[in-house]
Design a protein around this ligand. Structure first.
Ligand code: HSE
Length: 415
């Protein structure tokens, strides 16, 4: 198929927008050029000539010479307005805005169907790792059993640097911001919301179900302390923020984002800095492990470039699994084994557990390791806001569902 010449209208010239500009300069084989760039702050000093900039969105959306819109702005609601207008104007869109996608997924699917114009968004999940197209093309069947991985670069960077260099959470976050990994509102990263948004997108392509954001349980790393990491290390683990979606034996799906223990000798534990890594579990091939840069200007721009290249051949997502009947696991029946760190309220916290395996009560802090339903974990979290938890594993009929092993609990009970 002949490649179409792409004349790009770009929204946003921040970290990723500028990265894309530079990547396109160095990619002459792709017939693509940026015609206009719409920005919010015209007075900000820019690295390139000013004629290309405008503050008027319609001058891109209504320009008949522009045949693709690339949306790389920060504000997810403003981004949705732009994407909707572009599709209705007959222009396909490339976006990296995971928040916009997660919050408007059904509308965006409808708009694509209604207008016949596509939206591509490989950069929205794990930046440089080609996950969405993999789920779309390779896993367009029933083989996929689970998705598990590190899908937020900033939080991986923070946990890694606290662990390896012994720096504080605040300092590591500052570094993640300076490197261009973090969202402009870093609460989205550290509270697990960005990972939740990415997991929602991966579930659409992996399992065919468009969840509401409120249906995915998430917890962040903002309450993880050096002491929790030291505890993990002593027992042979690292703490990583993992996103997981997997089918239980009864066919129901569970979806979680939370700090999790991963064995020190596992591949996920080796993932440092702002790298992302995802394990896809499949019925016959067991697991596939994807590793790559998950944040930053160039890794994200490279995924946008790949979408532009795919678009020049007319590629679109087929959403082949969409509409499959997927039932979410019941929160009262989904049993998690967790490490719950308490602040002087250990005995009352223990009441929420269905099975307590170990309790430690110290002078100011304590911990519980045990089994708890997702429903009770939510109650526990809302009643003891200062405490934090780390997932050990997910249980089904007292068996481990995913890849963790049980040695943490065995080690603890034998000490
Ligand atoms: N803030 C995001 C992260 C950027 O840290 O992963 C890439 O999506």
């Amino acid at each position: 198929m002949e490649r179409q010449q792409l004349n790009i209208g770009l929204f946003g010239f921040g970290c990723v927008g500028e990265g894309l500009y530079q990547v396109l300069e160095r990619t002459p084989t792709l017939k693509a050029s940026i015609r206009k760039i719409c920005i919010k702050h015209p007075d900000k000093k820019r690295s390139i000539t000013s004629e290309i900039f405008t503050t008027e969105a319609p001058s891109l959306l209504n320009d008949p010479n522009i045949n693709v819109i690339v949306e790389l702005i920060d504000d997810s609601e403003a981004a949705f307005v732009i994407v909707k207008a572009a599709l209705l104007a007959g222009k396909p869109v490339v976006s990296a805005n995971k928040k916009m996608l997660a919050e408007h997924f059904e509308e965006l699917m409808f708009l694509q169907e209604q207008t016949g114009c596509q939206v591509l968004y490989e950069a929205a999940c794990c930046a440089s790792i080609p996950l969405i197209r993999n789920l779309e093309e390779y896993y367009d069947n029933d083989l996929l059993g689970g998705i598990e991985g590190i899908v937020n670069g900033s939080t991986n960077y923070i946990l890694d640097q606290m662990d390896v260099r012994g720096i504080s959470f605040a300092e590591a976050l500052r570094e993640a911001q300076a490197a261009g990994y973090a969202e402009s509102n870093p609460a989205l990263d550290i509270e697990g919301i960005d990972a939740r948004n990415k997991l929602l997108i991966l579930i659409v392509h992996g399992f065919g179900h468009v969840l509401q954001t409120s249906q995915i349980f998430y917890a962040g790393i903002h309450k993880i302390e050096a002491a929790d990491q030291a505890f993990a290390k002593e027992k042979g683990y690292k703490i990583k923020l993992l996103a997981r979606a997997a089918k239980l034996a009864n066919g129901n799906l569970y979806a979680l984002v939370c700090p999790s223990f991963v064995p020190l000798n596992s591949r996920l534990a080796q993932v440092g800095e702002a790298y992302n890594a995802v394990n896809l579990q499949s019925s016959f091939s067991e697991s596939q492990f994807f590793l790559g840069k998950g944040a930053g200007a160039f890794p994200t721009a490279s995924a946008v470039l790949s979408d532009l290249s795919a678009l020049s051949y007319g590629y679109r997502y087929e959403y082949r699994k969409a509409g499959q009947a997927v039932v979410l696991a019941n929160e009262a029946e989904l049993i998690l084994r967790i490490y719950w760190r308490t602040n002087g309220d250990t005995q009352r916290s223990a009441l929420y557990f269905q099975n307590v395996e170990q309790v430690f009560i110290g002078q100011t802090q304590g911990f519980i390791i045990g089994e708890i339903s997702l429903k009770n974990l939510k109650l526990l979290q809302s009643n003891f806001r200062e405490s934090s938890f780390v997932l050990v594993d997910v249980l089904e009929e007292n068996k481990t569902v995913f890849i963790q092993d049980l040695s943490l609990v065995e080690t603890l009970t034998s000490t």
